[in-house]
Ligand binder design. Structure first.
Ligand code: C2E
Ligand code: CA
Ligand code: CA
Length: 743
């Protein structure tokens, strides 16, 4: 039963009592009137007055009592007593009148005394019980006087009625009291079993109530709860906020509610997180306190913390992620701005991680990352921060070390990564490139910008990669110039494409025993308006990284095909030659490659069998399934495929068998040392034999001396290419060879 329902019940009950009291008054007056008529006491005016009084009383019954009642019923109770009193007084007056008229003193006096006593003691039941007995006595005494007997009988009947009514009233009250008691018990039980501890605290800090649930929620005996104890068990870190919260509640005014989260110590010593909610009820009687509920939110807090941790941690290594690293970096910068210290940032990026990931699978890739993280971690102090920024990129934040120490750390990190690593049943050797950037307090007004520091380290890292990997580079402002230059160069390549500044040179590929021309390799050149004729090494890497290689490569293929078509039309010998065109990895990944090649072949009308597409060995190691699919679709067009720079990658026999290639081009590095170093001759021989075993043609690249030529021949290599036969040159040079050749 709610508090409100309880009040409503009380009001209804009292209003009902009032109305009943009024009816009794009406009845008493009417009885008196009848008595006056029967005994002919008094005149007609008395009877008229009585009837009028009865009517007046009856009207009062209809009054909306409920409306005048205060919620606590106190006002009502006063009205009630007055009303009852008035009616009783009326009753007594009539009785007194009868008594005086009939001279039955003992009964009347007893009746008056009992009623008055009962009224004073608010014990209606007893009072009217006694009154009834007195009335009965009166009946006995006046047995021989019919008029007095009638009066006594009526009085007894009336008293019995009143007694019955009062008994009912009393039982009603008892029921109400019982109801209220149960409700209180219920609330008590609720507070006891609730997980929230509930306190009432005066503005002075005095705890006026502590619910039984204090014991379950905090472990303390509710009886000993004081504000001193509350402060004592609050975590020192949260004392200030707790005090602020309490001040806010005290000053907040009536009904003001404030919430806070804090840490408290349970009785047995464990620290828990609690939420405290206080409502200012200082002005509300009879509480005059703030109601504070204290709830244990440790589980929720822990969950929140775990979620935050996850949001800021890398799932693979459990280390801080980019967001958290950024945060730590900002804090370090802020700290050093005051302390004047120095911050060093090392950006570590694995070399060729993609290769491992693609060839050995993602599980191996993940293992490599985790192992790298561990190795880096072992080289650091506890105060250093290591984070995984994503992919194979790590960042290390170190405070207060000199440049020499930073370089030393860089060396140690590189050495740690270089150690061979077992991935499954394979042994892998990895390396990394590290960019180092430092910032001192006083660099700029607010200290260095974290974003700038990261960018600097990134630039240095790229510089380390560019300088040959497996090394570190210290950031140098000149690196910005490099970046700017790169951007300019990219724009330049774009312009060059638009202005047709590229051209294609052709280098003959010959049959080694006869040195007869069997084909050409198309090699792109750039006729730079200022720098003159540039080789591919000057712009291909840039074109690759910017994606411009896709339109450039397409252009080279078209040029080569158109050239072949012209030769074919001009020289009968051209029908037997082939044209090799280089495809870069980036072109290979380009979605529309196969369709583009097919389109160019169709438009230029060349025989696809005369076209050889050269792809590098490292390209084959990437993403094997889709690579095999693309190679198959290219083969289906009728073109042939060659593996360029063969021997520099890691391809194994079993690996090669899976790819539909026709030609192996032995890398120049093998040819270079073939006559001087014993090892390379064996390697070259092995490569030639591998080609034979796989029934592939072999082309040796970079033949510069006659000795190399004869050695390769003796090893069984069929074809060759190199300065010894011809340097790459304009199409006209090939035209004259073709023209000289006998059909
Ligand atoms: P590559 O495919 O290995 O091409 C052979 C390179 O070796 C050419 O260099 C060629 O001039 C050079 N060469 C040939 N014979 C000898 C020799 O006897 N001694 C020496 N030292 N070098 C010799 P180039 O023209 O500078 O091309 C370099 C690389 O650029 C090529 O290596 C190829 O990977 C790439 N490239 C050239 N043209 C294209 C193209 O159109 N598209 C793509 N994607 N790459 C191209
Ligand atoms: Ca090539
Ligand atoms: Ca090559």
């Amino acid at each position: 039963m709610s508090e409100n329902a309880l009040e409503q019940h009380e009001i209804d009950y009292r209003a009902r009592q009032l109305r009943l009291g009024t009816w009794i008054g009406v009845a008493v007056i009417l009885i008196g009137a009848v008595r006056a008529l029967l005994d002919r006491h008094g005149g007609p005016w008395l009877v008229a007055l009585m009837v009028l009084a009865a009517a007046g009383q009856a009207v009062l019954v209809a009054l909306p009592w409920e409306r005048y009642m205060t919620r606590d019923g106190r006002w009502l109770s006063r009205v009630m007593i007055a009303w009852w009193g008035a009616n009783l007084a009326l009753l007594l007056a009539f009785t007194a009148y009868d008594v005086a008229a009939l001279a039955i003193y003992p009964a009347g006096v007893t009746l008056i005394l009992a009623s008055t006593a009962a009224l004073a003691g608010d014990r209606e039941v007893i009072g009217f019980g006694v009154a009834s007995v007195a009335g009965y006595l009166g009946l006995v005494v006046t047995r021989d006087r019919p008029a007095a007997g009638t009066l006594a009988a009526l009085t007894v009947a009336l008293m019995l009625g009143v007694t019955w009514f009062c008994a009912r009233t009393a039982s009603n009250r008892r029921r109400l009291d019982a109801g209220r008691h149960t409700a209180e018990r219920k609330i008590e039980a609720l507070l006891e079993n609730a997980s929230d501890a509930v306190l009432a605290v005066h503005p002075s800090g005095e705890v006026t109530y502590a619910s039984p649930s204090v014991r379950t929620a905090l472990g303390y005996d509710p009886a000993i709860m004081t504000s001193e104890l509350l402060m004592d068990i609050t975590h020192p870190d949260y004392l200030a906020t707790s005090m602020e919260w309490w001040t806010a509640v005290v000053n907040g005014g009536r009904g003001y509610t404030a919430r806070a989260e804090t840490r408290v110590r349970r009785a047995e010593g464990a620290w828990i997180w609690v939420e405290v909610i206080a409502t200012n009820r200082f002005d509300e009687e009879p509480l005059n306190a703030a109601v504070i509920s204290i709830r244990d939110i440790t589980t929720r807090k822990e969950l929140e913390e775990e979620l935050t941790r996850q949001a800021f941690a890398d799932s693979l290594t459990g280390m801080p992620n980019r967001a958290l690293f950024r945060d730590r970096l900002e804090h370090a910068i802020a700290r050093n701005r005051r302390g004047g210290g120095r911050i060093t940032l090392l950006l570590v990026d694995l070399d060729d991680f993609k290769l491992v990931n693609d060839s050995l699978g993602h599980t191996a890739g993940d293992q490599l990352i985790a192992a790298t993280a561990l190795r880096l971690h072992q080289q650091l102090r506890a105060s250093d921060t290591l984070a995984r920024l994503g992919g194979d990129e790590f960042a290390v934040l170190v405070e207060d070390i000199t440049e020499i120490e930073a370089m030393d750390l860089g060396d140690r990190l590189l050495a740690a990564i270089r150690r061979p690593l077992r991935l499954g049943n394979r042994e892998v050797v990895c390396s990394a490139s590290i960019g180092v950037a430092t910032a001192k307090a006083g660099d700029g007004d607010d200290g260095p910008d974290p974003g700038e520091l990261l960018r600097n380290a990134d630039l240095a890292m790229y510089a380390a990669k560019g300088a040959g990997r497996d090394r570190f580079a210290l950031f140098d402002p000149a690196m910005y110039a490099g970046v700017l230059r790169e951007a300019e160069e990219r724009a330049e390549v774009e312009r060059a494409l638009a202005r047709d500044e590229f051209l294609v040179h052709y280098q003959p590929i010959v049959d080694l025993p006869t040195s007869r021309l069997i084909g050409v390799e198309a090699l792109v050149r750039w006729e730079h308006p200022v720098r003159g004729l540039l080789g591919p090494n000057a712009f291909i890497p840039l074109a690759e990284s910017t994606g411009l290689i896709v339109p450039l490569g397409r252009w080279v293929l078209r040029q080569a095909c158109e050239q072949l078509a012209r030769w074919r039309d001009e020289f009968p010998a051209a029908a037997g030659i082939r044209v090799n065109v280089n495809l870069s990895a980036r072109q290979f990944q380009h979605e529309g490659l196969v369709e583009e090649v097919a389109g160019i072949l169709a438009e230029t009308g060349v025989d696809p069998r005369q076209i050889v597409l050269e792809i590098t060995e490292s390209l084959l190691m990437q993403d094997t399934d889709s690579t095999i699919e693309t190679l198959g679709r290219l083969k289906a067009l009728g073109v042939r495929l060659a593996i360029d720079d063969f021997g520099t990658g890691y391809s194994s026999l079993s690996y090669l068998k899976r790819f539909p290639v026709d030609i192996l081009k032995i890398d120049r590095s093998f040819v270079d040392g073939i006559t001087t170093e014993r090892g390379d001759a064996t390697l070259a021989e092995a490569v030639v034999q591998l080609g034979r075993a796989l029934q592939l043609q072999t082309v040796a690249e970079g033949i510069e001396t006659a000795e190399q030529w004869s050695t390769l021949q003796s090893l069984g290599c069929e074809f060759g290419q190199g300065y010894l036969f011809a340097r790459p040159g304009a199409a006209e040079a090939i035209s004259s060879i073709l023209g000289d050749a006998r059909p």
